[in-house]
Design a protein around this ligand. Structure first.
Ligand SMILES: Cc1ncc(COP(=O)(O)O)c(C=O)c1O
Length: 422
């Protein structure tokens, strides 16, 4: 049996209809911006393996740190116990966040980081004896696949079977310069009900809905309204964190300060799973009591896994290097030039860029939907030419590892241009 036959026999893939799906690509190796299949063919990993691998594959600095950590302490319980890398990674993260953030809660991935944030919000009000149970989210959002994170994500085909189990969420329209007055009006009406416990958002870039972007000024206005009624604000930076938007965090581009931030994906350089939910001291203090049930009674077997925490430290050390800062700013500039060029193309409806994320939305009668068949056509076209890039519906986007070279980015741009020409 070859690997694909074995895969079919034993494996259940995410977001995949196994009956109709093409055979998966068998990736056996990764180095820097490239991954290699079992026949030795290489593919440029232009979306950083689901937006995670921010320094590319096989980064030797991270490899050394996680190897050392494995040999020092591979894992430990985290209730009643702590360890140096949990403390160091928490301190490093708090030091690079806006100064209102204070305490790190560890979990396993982006969905659990959001789940924890929602539990913090609900229990914050519960502990205070205040009856506030609603959450506001933005239409089109994606916050993960656990029940809480699904509840605050766009409702539809992805989560329909579970909808009866979701809690109450009010969705405001995705804000644009055209509808902003109405969006702000709706936000005001909702928070004025005094029923709203929290507001969750993907700051500046909504990832899974097609890399949709909105201005920092708009986000500031939404946060001002939320904060005027003590609504706790959750910035889900699972995708946008660690320079994706050109700054360490997207929230560095706004004036208002959220109360909770969720981080994952690139936090370990994308090589190991972990989720961080970081809260203000005010939120943390609301859980202090002589009554144990007022504590956040939540945890996972792998909470604060030392090897993952060591990768978090290594990632932050790398991001603070001048060389990597320069690489990030080179990507931003190179994207800007290509954006100017490609937006003239007759197939292109809109080109958007925030930091290192470049999105090219194609004309498509069906609109921007995940199931657009353009996505499959484009994906196959790119794969044949050695470019690993999974479009979101009719949106082709590049979200590359920061080690990508000028020539490698040109290679991706050229294949995208050829696809549009064809
Ligand atoms: C903004 C955002 N939040 C949460 C998640 C969920 O993260 P994970 O896939 O690690 O559970 C994602 C995943 O794409 C995301 O983009």
């Amino acid at each position: 049996m070859n690997l694909i036959q074995k895969d079919k026999q034993y494996v259940w893939h995410p977001f995949t209809q196994a009956k109709t799906a093409n055979d998966p690509l068998v990736i056996v190796k990764g180095k820097d911006a490239w991954v290699y299949d079992e026949n030795g063919k290489k593919y440029l990993d232009a979306n950083s393996s689901w937006w995670t691998i921010i320094h590319g594959h096989g980064n030797t600095y991270i490899a050394d740190k996680i190897n050392q950590q494995f040999l020092t302490l591979d894992h430990s319980v985290f209730a009643g116990v702590t360890h140096p890398k949990a403390i160091e990674s928490a301190q490093k993260i708090v030091n690079i966040l806006p100064d209102n953030f204070s305490k790190v809660f560890f979990s396993d991935n982006g969905s659990t980081a959001v789940e924890v944030a929602l539990k913090m919000v609900f229990q914050y009000w519960y502990n205070k004896g205040v009856h506030k149970k609603k959450i506001i989210a933005i239409e089109g959002s994606y916050h993960g696949d656990t029940f809480g994170s699904m509840s605050v994500s766009q409702r539809g085909y992805f989560n329909q079977p579970f909808e009866h189990l979701f809690f109450e969420v009010d969705f405001i329209p995705f804000p644009t310069s055209d509808n902003i007055d109405n969006v702000l009006k709706k936000m005001k009406t909702l928070v004025n009900s005094e029923q709203v416990a929290g507001f969750i958002f993907e700051p500046l870039v909504q990832g899974a809905s097609g890399m949709r972007m909105y201005a920092p000024k708009i986000l500031d206005q939404l946060l001002q309204i939320a904060k005027s009624k003590n609504v706790l604000c959750i910035a889900d930076e699972v995708m946008t964190g660690f320079y994706r938007t050109g700054t360490m965090f997207a929230i560095n581009q706004i004036q208002e300060k959220p109360d909770i931030i969720c981080l994952s994906k690139g936090i370990t350089g994308g090589v190991l799973p972990i989720g961080f939910t970081i809260a203000t001291q005010t939120i943390f203090d609301a859980f202090l009591s002589d009554d144990t049930t007022k504590a956040l009674l939540h945890g996972h077997s792998f909470t604060a896994n030392p090897i993952s925490c060591s990768a978090v430290c290594a990632n932050i050390e790398l991001l603070q290097q001048k060389k990597i800062q320069q690489q990030i700013s080179n990507i931003v500039k190179q994207h800007q030039l290509f954006a100017l060029e490609i937006k003239q193309h007759p197939m292109v409806a809109e080109v958007r860029q925030t930091g290192t994320i470049l999105a090219i939305e194609l004309h498509n009668q069906a609109g921007t939907t995940y199931f657009s068949n353009l996505k499959d056509k484009a994906y196959q076209y790119f794969i044949q030419r050695g470019l690993l890039l999974r479009p979101l519906g009719n949106v082709i986007f590049i979200n590359p590892p920061y080690c990508i070279s000028k020539n490698e980015l040109e290679f991706a741009y050229q294949i995208i241009t050829d696809f549009l020409n064809n």
